[in-house]
Design a protein around this ligand. Sequence first.
Ligand SMILES: *[C@@H]1O[C@H](CO)[C@@H](O)[C@H](O)[C@H]1NC(C)=O
Ligand SMILES: *[C@@H]1O[C@H](CO)[C@@H](O)[C@H](O)[C@H]1NC(C)=O
Ligand SMILES: *[C@@H]1O[C@H](CO)[C@@H](O)[C@H](O)[C@H]1NC(C)=O
Ligand SMILES: *[C@@H]1O[C@H](CO)[C@@H](O)[C@H](O)[C@H]1NC(C)=O
Ligand SMILES: *[C@@H]1O[C@H](CO)[C@@H](O)[C@H](O)[C@H]1NC(C)=O
Ligand SMILES: CC(=O)N[C@H]1CO[C@H](CO)[C@@H](O)[C@@H]1O
Length: 869
Amino acid sequence: MKKAWTSIVIGAIASTVHGSTIEDCLGYSASHVSHSSNGLVADLTLIGSPCNIYGDDLKSLKLQVEYQGDSRLHVKIYDANRQVYQIPESVLPSPPNNRGDPRQAALKFTYTTSPFSFAVSRSDSGDVLFNTSGSQLIFQSQYVRLRTQLPQNPNLYGLGEHTDTFRLQTNNYIRTFWNAESPYVPRMSNLYGSHPIYLEHRNSGHSHGVFLRNSNGMNIVINQTESGGQYLEYNTIGGVLDFYFLAGPSPTEVSKQYAEVVGLPAMVPYWSFGFMQCKYGYWDVNELAEVVGNYSTAGIPLDVLWSDIDYMDLRQDFTTDPDRFPIPKMRELVHTLHDRGQKFVMMVDPGIHRKGDYGTFARGAEKGVFLKAADGSYYRGVQWAGEVVWPDWFNPNTQDWWTDEFKRFFDPNTGLDIDGVWNDMNEISNFCGDVNCDPAQLAHDTNTPPPPSHPPRPNTGRPIPGFPSDFQPSSFRVRGRREAESRGTMKGLPGRNLFTPPYRIKNHVGDLSAGTVYTNITNYDGTVQYDTHNLNGLLMAAHSRVSMLARRPGKRPFVLTRSTFAGAGNKVAHWFGDNYSAWDDYRFSISQMLAFAAVHQMPMVGSDVCGFNGNAQENMCARWALLGAFQPFYRNHADISAPNQEFYLWASVTEAAKKAIAARYRLLDYIYTAMYRSSTTGSPIVNPMFFTYPNDANTFGIQTQYFFGDSILVSPVIDDDAQSVTIYLPDEIFYDFWTFKPVRGNGQQVTLNNVAYTDLPVYIRGGSIIPMRTDGANSTTALREHNFNIIVAPGLDGKASGSLILDDGESLEGRFSDMSFSWDGKEFRADGKFWYQANVQIETVTILGDEPVTKKGPWGLNKRFSFHS
Ligand SMILES: *[C@@H]1O[C@H](CO)[C@@H](O)[C@H](O)[C@H]1NC(C)=O
Ligand SMILES: *[C@@H]1O[C@H](CO)[C@@H](O)[C@H](O)[C@H]1NC(C)=O
Ligand SMILES: *[C@@H]1O[C@H](CO)[C@@H](O)[C@H](O)[C@H]1NC(C)=O
Ligand SMILES: *[C@@H]1O[C@H](CO)[C@@H](O)[C@H](O)[C@H]1NC(C)=O
Ligand SMILES: *[C@@H]1O[C@H](CO)[C@@H](O)[C@H](O)[C@H]1NC(C)=O
Ligand SMILES: CC(=O)N[C@H]1CO[C@H](CO)[C@@H](O)[C@@H]1O
């Protein structure tokens, strides 16, 4: 490759402090290299005089290289004095250093002394994966830069959260990490989460991963030099270079290796795979019940009802509006839901209303848990409740206070017995956009929160099916007002570097502190928001998880969070925020899911089905109802300003949803088993096509087809208002999921015509065995009592295999059965561990083919069995 690197500075004026430019930075030279049995350490010393462009150059750095087992290489460059911020171990623990032998490792570290550069190659093929030669390492107090050469037009994935293509653009592309409230999920922007991990897939069929364990704001630039040299460049405004190189070589192995670094995904409860409904703007507790009743009447199984901030009294956490959502009636709602086998989830936001007589605030103030301003007073902002303060998640008292609030408000005996909790606005989103904003004044001016509501409207006397007689729809409704938001008016801030660092990242909200907590605010532990901003969402959600667990010891907590950081999948689930009811967002729900589930190790993800903002169109909503059923997290949710979009509102969407949920229920234990594997081995719950066919270059760019689990190929119609779709079928035998007819894939594109809006093309991959529940359940609770039919889909070699996990669906640690199924062309065998007593059986086993053969049981799920065809 050519050595013609031109330095680029994104969104920054190439500064000319002291007459220098970034080109004048000469890099570092390595010395005192000391080898050990599993790596090396060295000193890195600044060459020449400092160029001090974005802060001061650090003169002395340390290099640490560790071969951590055979497939992971840890390369860390940090300041010799260890003053530069590093992610606290309490937030994201570093993986253990499983000492590896460099002679046996899959990856090889090499370096050049002066100017210092390093490369990572594969030991077997010599393939160079990372090479920083040609561009100097820059390590300044507010800017760290490292660039690697890459092959031409590389296949890169990950680096979320974004709404760009799944296979990332390779030219003139910037990924910015700065968690931000992002209505309408803009393209080419930073969004709610930061996951500095990419997976690169090479034409050799091999993949590797590169994780930068750094939480600072940054721009990652993927581009080509003027002479065509492909590169990827990290530009961070702080932190250290803490890299983990993951050898793969299969894409799935990269995912698993990443899970070893940031933690395996948390196992979720069985019910969380049910269909969920939410809307910002449900007027009162009667309307919540009415939505549930209407789903029943329509015959669409609804598993989980969600309540957005509507339920709160004056938008305050841990309160309910006494008129519209009175506690006694809310308790009755929750009990009725539970009796019907359904679940209930509520929202809790991070902004705490600053009001002396508000208990949650008073108790937090007493424990000193809120972030403070420079003068020691509370750091104030504006959020849904009006003038608010924010919990300091680094303060050890904060967890106690938070758990206490959960225990009080969500007490099963006196409060609301929720099944899961939802954390929103936790980037943090602050309506007080800039330094010119006075929180008290803004809260007053925008009437945030809205004045107390009037008592509920008179009831109609009409009963709600499935609910006690005191639940009746109101005769008319008045929608809540949309609160004013204020942001982005900052202009040219004076002052300190923490507030306006000299290197500007490409944050779509504007300056670093715009619309969030000021970056110069100090946390309890002495870190500053400048460094920890991207951890706010993860920290809040992790605290909520602990609090949920304290409420129900031993039960898997379900916490949904909007803002995330690397490793969040180890604790919580995520939805993709406030998207738009448009075909484009329907399509992007797939690429976002692929990146999160397969690369970022956050399996429990999904978009708001039918879109959040705007007017959902019937055909689109029908397609999305089907697509959402084949994604992990399946929730219909809309904004207060958007018209209602519950599935039952349209005949075609009702039909699509019934079909979709019935299919999802059939597959629920297959999905649950995939989730179990994900949480125990890191194998992705959703597989991009190239994960399954890593040697088929036709699959590398596919972002609208995928495998749900490892055997169910989903190929939705994707174009606006279209009834046909061109899909790719690899060289494999497939079986139509709906008809079980064999379909031979030839490694070619196939066009499907006349695909009704109530249809979704789905195939079973040959070689798989799928346990399917029998039809007819009205909830996942009821589904657990349904028997199984086992579907054997023989591969081209006539063989197939599959597995099934059975447990109580909710215990963190409990008995489980892990059954394996196999078909060798002649004999079917069921084997495994039978530790969980399920009171259901296998009714039939069907071997698919030109003429399917069904063998009738029943067989128990408590012992091995086999039979010959
Ligand atoms: C890294 O790149 C430099 C410059 O292009 C080249 O001389 C060197 O051989 C490369 N390192 C490896 C390990 O290939
Ligand atoms: C990409 O590189 C070209 C020069 O090769 C430059 O003009 C362009 O600004 C760069 N884009 C980014 C995002 O850095
Ligand atoms: C429930 O269904 C009734 C009857 O179709 C309808 O009038 C009402 O608006 C629906 N309510 C909700 C919340 O969807
Ligand atoms: C499901 O059916 C059972 C039995 O008829 C009933 O008790 C339960 O309330 C129903 N649940 C829902 C969600 O409709
Ligand atoms: C942060 O910077 C802003 C703007 O310069 C200033 O008003 C504020 O006092 C600073 N706060 C702290 C804690 O330093
Ligand atoms: C295409 C799409 O759905 N994205 C839209 C999200 O919403 C914003 C605001 O309406 C649009 O500008 C985007 O195009």
